[in-house]
Design a protein. Structure first.
Length: 276
């Protein structure tokens, strides 16, 4: 009786091992492939909603999964209200726009960045509702979208939780305040000595409109200009950008003269600040 039970248990264990061996590996963490036609290449993250996202945010033009689009995110978001992301698209010519999309957020578009005279790099933090691919889509002058990404696991809830300054009511005391600084060297890996980094912070609650009783209230446009009024870079922010956002940008050399940051939020409030 004991011998028969042992045999049955052994067979059951062997069957379980075989089933586990046959189970597919999670596709989400697969690295982004080399440039290829989107019509021929499957989504590296196996996202069932990718075709809809592609149509909604990138349109019907050509899309390639491009390993030159680097997206750095943590493997797990310990704080889903402040998930760091860095995007770099060095080596791609003729960049017009960089769009950051989070597949499984209730509000999927996070940011649009137009480098203009800056380098095609941007770093900031965003809110994450649940584990998701995070993508950067880079539009070039020939109308092609170059897409890279990363995957973030998370307990989630970042988009539906009010921020700290909203909970304690302090947001109104610092709304729109700008602090900015130019650093003599970029911290990007392998960056030349003459590259500079601009880091700026704008005080704003960045409400998504998904927390109970709190309407959407967020920065929607920022522009950096020189003393002659020439625009050096521009970005459009959306609700999932983190509270009191900090942005980092790189330049091939130090911008000359006085710099000013100007912008607005979705309620029409003006944002203005000098870069020192």
């Amino acid at each position: 009786m004991f011998r028969r039970a042992t045999i049955v248990a052994t067979l059951g264990w062997a069957a379980a091992c075989a089933a586990n061996a046959a189970a597919p590996e999670p596709p989400a963490a697969a690295p982004v492939g080399t440039p290829t036609s989107a019509s021929e290449a499957p989504d590296p993250y196996g996202s069932l909603i990718w075709p809809d996202l592609r149509q909604e945010f990138l349109g019907s033009g050509p899309v390639v999964f491009d390993a030159r689009v680097k997206v750095e995110v943590p493997s797990f978001a310990e704080d889903p209200m402040n998930v760091p992301v860095s995007v770099a698209a060095d080596g791609i010519e003729g960049i017009e726009r960089i769009t950051v999309i989070v597949d499984r957020n209730p509000i999927r578009k996070v940011l649009e960045y137009m480098p203009l005279t800056a380098l095609p790099r941007v770093s900031f933090r965003f809110k994450l509702q649940q584990a998701s691919p995070v993508r950067a889509a880079v539009l070039t002058r020939d109308g092609v979208w170059h897409v890279g990404g990363g995957y973030v696991d998370s307990a989630g809830g970042g988009c539906t939780t009010p921020g700290d300054t909203r909970r304690d009511g302090s947001w109104s005391q610092s709304l729109g305040q700008v602090s900015a600084r130019l650093f003599p060297h970029s911290t990007a890996p392998g960056a030349p000595e003459d590259e500079t980094r601009l880091r700026l912070r704008v005080m704003h609650p960045m409400d998504t409109g998904l927390a109970n009783g709190i309407p959407a209230f967020y920065i929607n446009r920022l522009s950096l200009r020189d003393a002659a009024g020439h625009e050096l870079m521009r970005l459009n922010a959306y609700e999932p950008v983190s509270e009191n956002p900090i942005f980092s940008f790189d330049f091939a050399g130090a911008p000359h003269g006085a710099l000013e940051l100007v912008g607005t939020d979705n309620n029409g409030n003006r944002i203005e600040g000098a870069v020192k």
